[in-house]
Design a binder for this molecule. Structure first.
Ligand SMILES: NC(=O)c1ccc[n+]([C@@H]2O[C@H](COP(=O)([O-])OP(=O)(O)OC[C@H]3O[C@@H](n4cnc5c(N)ncnc54)[C@H](OP(=O)(O)O)[C@@H]3O)[C@@H](O)[C@H]2O)c1
Length: 279
């Protein structure tokens, strides 16, 4: 059951799926004016093997080649992460409710090599799974994928809040966190929480901010966190910007950081930001 109780206060910008909404002044992933935009839909997973052999993507170290990253949800966060990770040479599959549908990310073209499948197939065939779906309904959805996620790393970048007119409202799990709930529901999966404390474009371009941002990392398994830290490096995160807070209970703090977000958005619109640690 989604944790939703819409509240009447309705600010103008929408934090979630908002066709056409994008922060002012951000030109990330936009091709030059003279370049026709690539197709937005991603390839079917059945095309994948043939495409891999034709791919001219850069090769990575062998241990990375053995890893397939499944991203659940092709919204702004999912499409952005998929595009950047694929461009970095990772084997990425996008798990979507309707693999044939266009991405909800309006202006962001998907990397043309990225195959699509339903979310269960993406979770089953990936080694690392990233949850980029709505956090308020993620617990039920991911618990239903318990078998597919067993033995894998689940990177949760979502925020579980009640909707407040298109902006994040109250926490769904006060006194706890979605990440803790997921770890409890998925004991055979290593849950790692990260990247939920910034606007989506910062996740893949942290150097776009004037102040170095912070990527907080929470999780019980050290090896899983090390693997995720490596992925953050591939997204452009310098080691000094990555803050391993400790076990999964520390996600309670970073999930609560979402409470500041609607106020920042009301004041500054969708200007890129991250809730960061300053020293
Ligand atoms: N936007 C940000 O700047 C930002 C920053 C930090 C964290 N987050 C968190 O990251 C997550 C994704 O955010 P977003 O901005 O990308 O949201 P979004 O644009 O609404 O995309 C979410 C995607 O999840 C899939 N989805 C939606 N409802 C679903 C359902 N009931 N079951 C399964 N899949 C569903 C859809 O992908 P398909 O159509 O492909 O199925 C949808 O495009 C959220 O939890 C959000 O709180 C967002």
């Amino acid at each position: 059951m989604p944790c939703s109780s819409p509240r009447p206060e309705a600010p103008s910008p929408t934090w979630r799926a908002s066709p056409g909404a994008r922060p002012p002044g951000t030109s990330w992933q936009q091709p030059p004016a003279s370049t026709p935009p690539p197709a937005r839909s991603c390839r079917r997973s059945s095309d994948r093997e043939a495409n891999r052999s034709r791919s001219s993507r850069p090769t990575r170290k062998e241990h990375h080649l053995m890893t397939r990253i499944g991203i659940l949800g092709a919204g702004r966060v999912g499409a952005n992460l998929a595009d950047r990770l694929a461009s970095a040479g990772h084997d990425v599959i996008l798990g979507r409710r309707d693999p044939k549908a266009q991405s909800a990310a309006p202006d962001e073209a998907l990397h043309p090599h990225i195959p699509c499948s339903d979310q269960r197939t993406a979770a089953r065939t990936a080694d690392i799974v990233i949850n980029a779906t709505p956090g308020d309904s993620a617990l039920d959805r991911l618990t239903d994928l318990r078998g597919e996620l067993a033995g894998k790393i689940l990177v949760d970048v979502s925020n579980a809040t009640r909707d407040a007119g298109g902006l994040p409202g109250d926490l769904c799990y006060p006194g706890s966190s979605l990440a803790e709930r997921l770890q409890a529901a998925l004991p055979d999966t290593h849950v790692v929480k990260t990247l939920n404390t910034m606007l989506f474009m910062v996740m893949t371009a942290p150097d776009m901010l004037a102040t170095p941002p912070t990527a907080y990392v929470s999780g019980d398994d050290e090896h899983a966190k090390k693997t995720v830290t490596g992925l953050l490096g591939d997204l452009g995160w310098q080691p000094a910007w990555i803050e391993d807070l400790g076990d999964i209970t520390t996600a309670r703090a970073t999930e609560a950081m979402i409470l500041v977000v609607p106020h920042i958005l009301r004041r500054h619109g969708f200007k890129p930001f991250a809730v960061s640690l300053a020293r």
